[in-house]
Design a protein around this ligand. Structure first.
Ligand SMILES: Nc1ncnc2c1ncn2[C@@H]1O[C@H](COP(=O)(O)OP(=O)(O)OP(=O)(O)O)[C@@H](O)[C@H]1O
Ligand SMILES: [Mg+2]
Length: 455
């Protein structure tokens, strides 16, 4: 704009030369400009936002009525004063002064948020949109900032976030409670099932014991009855031998051997029956000093036939023939018989070429150890890792087994002060071992170990 132009704008007042021919045009332009300014002024004053103008040094040039209302300061009170010192909390002054110089030099900045302090000391949170004002040479001469008071919005957002966090915590807690409750319920149900199973097993075992008690009574009666024919067998064998002698007849040696064998076996059967009746009656066992070797030697004839029929190679190794234990011979025979019968049964399914039964004794500290080793099917799956289960009463994997052989063997061995256990062999089969306390510790086992082989 130069001095010859028909209109000039000075200090916000529009002037017109009425002599100018284009006066009417000028007047209408002026009216338009004047109303633009008024319009801008009224927008600034009625805006529901802060409108702030700072000079390059950060001094307050002006702000609008909204800011006066918000801050409690009148413009006259603070015009020309440092914006940062008057309106910013101490903590923010230095960092925001740096930001101010950047905004002044640079492009417009949008969305910076900071607090301002009102005259009565409250803090309000304001979001700013800044734009530098340039003169005709393009030099920045002021910074116009428009600010929105977002205090309530941020507080509402914070409250919402806190409520959401609380809600999440509650949901987490409730979920954890439900999971724990669920686990407790499952555990209770499982425990109920377990105790039902235990009760059922107990009922079965009781029914079994009832049947066994009945069987025991029947066996006792049977044993009594059997004693008569056994006595008759012994008597008749002896009568034959005696008659032949009286009549001066010589009996062929094979016949004599057979008759003597019949007598011996009938005596043994009588002993077994006596032992069984005592067992049923819970009678005290007859303990005497004996060697394990003699128990083994007396037991083997009872199973020899079975071993031969099953094609089992037997190997017996007594490394301590003089060692004595105090025991009931019949009961120890019963233990050995149970172990040998189990071994035979375990080998029923194994390769007939490799069936071996090894019986070996040795001294271990103050105990006599007896091991019965087979090449059978091994410890059954139901007791894998818990071989002591085999000794539980009624544990059996056999269709016709009572599951009592090992339980009885254990009670006999333990009543003698020993122990019995089972262990899998490294190659094949199982070894059952039992111990008995040695009574003649000073005995010398210097003689060559006898070795009995039967096949
Ligand atoms: N030598 C062995 N090899 C593998 N498993 C064995 C052996 N001896 C015993 N067992 C297992 O232990 C179980 C219990 O044996 P136990 O002698 O107590 O009862 P049983 O032989 O089944 O019946 P019974 O009371 O008529 O002897 C057997 O059913 C079998 O599964
Ligand atoms: Mg058995």
């Amino acid at each position: 704009m130069d001095g010859t132009t028909a209109k000039s704008v000075s200090k916000g007042i529009l002037r017109c030369d009425p002599n100018e021919p284009r006066a009417s045009k000028c007047f209408s332009d002026a009216t338009a400009v004047s109303s633009d300014r008024d319009f801008a002024e009224s927008v600034i004053e009625t805006a529901q936002a802060i409108v702030l103008v700072l000079d390059p040094a950060g001094r307050i040039v002006r702000f609008n009525g909204y800011m006066e209302h918000l801050s409690g300061y009148r413009l006259d009170e603070v015009r020309g004063k440092d914006w940062f010192d008057v309106f910013l909390p101490v903590r923010d002054r230095e960092p925001l002064r740096d930001l101010f110089s950047q905004a002044f030099d640079d492009v417009p900045t949008r969305g910076n948020v900071n607090s301002i302090v009102t005259k009565d000391g409250r803090e309000r949170l304001v979001e700013w949109y800044d734009k530098p004002l340039k003169d005709a040479e393009g030099k920045n001469i002021a910074l116009v900032a428009v600010g929105h008071d977002i205090t309530e919005r941020v507080q509402a957002e914070d409250a919402l976030r806190r409520a959401r966090d609380q809600l999440e915590i509650r949901v987490d807690e409730r979920t954890r409670e439900f999971v724990a409750l669920n686990a407790r319920l499952r555990e209770e149900i499982a425990e109920r099932h377990r105790s039902e199973r235990r009760e059922r097993r107990l009922r079965d075992e009781l029914a079994h014991v009832d049947r066994l008690t009945m069987m025991g009574e029947m066996a006792s009666g049977l044993a009594h009855e059997l004693n008569q024919p056994l006595a008759a067998i012994v008597l008749q064998s002896e009568v034959i031998l005696r008659l032949a002698g009286d009549q001066g007849q010589s009996i062929p040696p094979e016949l004599r051997k057979s008759l003597e064998f019949i007598t011996a076996q009938a005596h043994r059967a009588g002993d077994l029956i006596r032992s069984m009746r005592e067992f049923v009656r819970h009678a005290e066992p007859q303990r005497v000093a004996l060697t394990v070797m003699e128990v083994i030697e007396d037991t083997l004839p009872l199973v020899q036939q079975e071993l031969r029929e099953s094609g089992i190679v037997l190997d017996v190794k007594i490394s301590d023939p003089l060692v004595q234990v105090r025991a009931d011979k019949i009961q120890l025979q019963q233990v050995l018989l149970n172990l040998i019968r189990n071994a035979v049964e375990a080998m029923e399914t194994s390769d007939s070429g490799g069936r071996r039964l090894d019986i070996a004794t040795r001294i271990h500290g103050a105990m006599q150890e007896v091991a019965v080793r087979d090449t059978g099917c091994g410890i059954p799956e139901g007791a894998a890792g818990r071989a002591d289960r085999l000794f539980d009463a009624f544990f059996s994997t056999k269709s016709k087994g009572l599951g009592l052989g090992l339980a009885i063997s254990r009670s006999i061995v333990e009543a003698h002060g020993g122990r019995i256990w089972a262990a899998p062999n490294t190659d094949q089969g199982t070894t059952f071992t039992f111990t008995l306390p040695i009574t003649n510790h000073d005995c010398k086992n210097e003689i060559e170990s006898p070795r009995i082989r039967r096949g």
